[in-house]
Design a binder for this molecule. Structure first.
Ligand SMILES: Cc1ncc(COP(=O)(O)O)c(C=O)c1O
Length: 381
């Protein structure tokens, strides 16, 4: 077996995020504090008699029930496996579904976890590129033609996508699903950014499009739209027999989600609390998009690609491909952390987080702008 390739994005952040003065590398909404959560939930986060045992290895029934209720689909608790973040959800799904030699379709640019995993497993990868000339939207005809040509075992999507902040809308997802169903291709969608769309409140989960017919798996979690990455709670939605296979794998990896996180997550996903949390997310993002639009006017040597979802946007350094060096200098000289586009195989770009509370985001963005201008205005020798 070949060595697994370095997950450059995660390593870039891990090495720097605890030292950065100005953090603009996060892709999720500003994390909630215990105080904010207490107010939202309206009761103590945990009671004194709560015991810190192992808990349910699949996730508590209580948690799986509230997760189930977030989907308008015929599910039962056995269609859900709670995981250690959506990163574990993606790992379990990939390991259980894909073996060496299987054909898979993957989108790029993207969060490259499943790309690294399927390469390591020895799958035959086919890519669909989101092109900058098309504002990083997926060309649906190209995607469908690729499915018809390759007839892969599975197609993996991230909807909404990281780092572009674009997504396939419900109609487009339905088109992909219909063709995949006809070709017997599994559709596996990472939906950890669902709920971060700025305008479209009708974006459906793939689970709500065709779950009854099998061939669909979704992963998700609380790290991005919910602003609760420290809970490390994610989940998988799949047919019961697939969940059983993934559960068997999970025994080897994390055994169970943290019981503390499971309990807090159960409270956060109660309908009222969930609504308040998602409203906070939309409030922050809608405000930040306006700030970004204003700040992007009259820029020279930099182009901002306006996102439609997620707490992230892409910035292009015009006529420069040394994004790693620019981001490194930004961190070293100004303590500002963003993510080089190269960590997404997107040379000459950078991904910037926009999940901070609006007043703070405005300040951070201004500092970023000034610092980048200084860096890229320097004469190169
Ligand atoms: C598309 C995508 N999936 C999964 C993850 C992992 O998230 P989690 O914190 O839920 O494990 C990330 C993190 O950035 C992501 O961007």
């Amino acid at each position: 077996m070949v060595n697994i390739r370095e997950f450059e994005l995660e390593r870039w952040q891990s090495l720097r995020e605890t030292k950065a003065k100005i953090l603009l590398s996060e892709s999720g909404i500003e994390p909630l504090s215990i105080g904010e959560l207490k107010e939202i939930i309206g009761e103590p986060i945990l009671e004194d008699e709560f015991t810190i045992g192992y808990g349910w290895t699949k996730g508590s029934i209580e948690l799986r029930e509230v997760i189930m209720e977030t989907y308008q689909a015929k599910l039962n608790v056995d269609n859900i496996l709670v995981t250690h973040g959506s990163v574990e959800a993606n790992l379990l799904v990939t390991l259980s579904q894909i073996k060496s030699g299987d054909k898979v379709i993957l989108e790029k640019p993207n969060y490259l976890q499943i790309h690294g995993l399927t390469e390591w497993i020895g799958a035959k990868q086919h890519f669909i590129w989101r092109k900058k000339e098309e504002d990083f939207k997926i060309d649906l005809t190209e995607l469908i033609n690729l499915m018809r040509k390759e007839k892969p075992k599975a197609i993996f999507l991230t909807n909404p996508n990281n780092p572009t902040g674009q997504y396939l809308n419900t109609r487009e997802l339905e088109e992909v699903y219909t063709e995949a169903e006809r070709l017997n291709v599994k559709v596996i969608v990472d939906e950890v950014y669902l709920g971060t769309e700025y305008e479209d409140d009708k974006l459906k989960s793939i689970v709500e499009i065709g779950f009854e017919n099998g061939n669909i798996i979704a992963t998700s979690g609380l790290s991005k739209a919910y602003g609760l990455p420290g809970l490390r709670i994610g989940w998988i939605i799949a047919e019961e027999k697939e969940i059983e296979r993934m559960w068997s794998l999970k025994d080897y990896i994390t055994i169970a989600p943290s019981k503390i996180s499971d309990k807090i997550a159960s409270k956060c996903l109660q309908p009222k609390a969930r609504m308040k949390i998602l409203e906070r997310t939309k409030r922050i993002l809608n405000e930040n998009v306006k700030i970004l639009r204003e700040a992007s006017k009259n820029l020279e040597k930099i182009k901002v690609y306006m996102p439609k979802a997620g707490a992230i946007f892409l910035m292009e350094f015009i006529d420069r491909s040394d994004d790693n060096e620019i981001c490194e200098e930004l961190f070293r000289e100004y303590g500002i952390l963003i993510c080089p586009g190269s960590t997404f195989e997107l040379k000459g770009f950078a991904r910037v987080g926009m999940g901070a509370k609006p007043e703070l985001f405005k300040e951070k963005l201004e500092l970023l702008k000034q610092s980048i201008i200084k860096i890229i205005s320097k004469k190169r020798c």
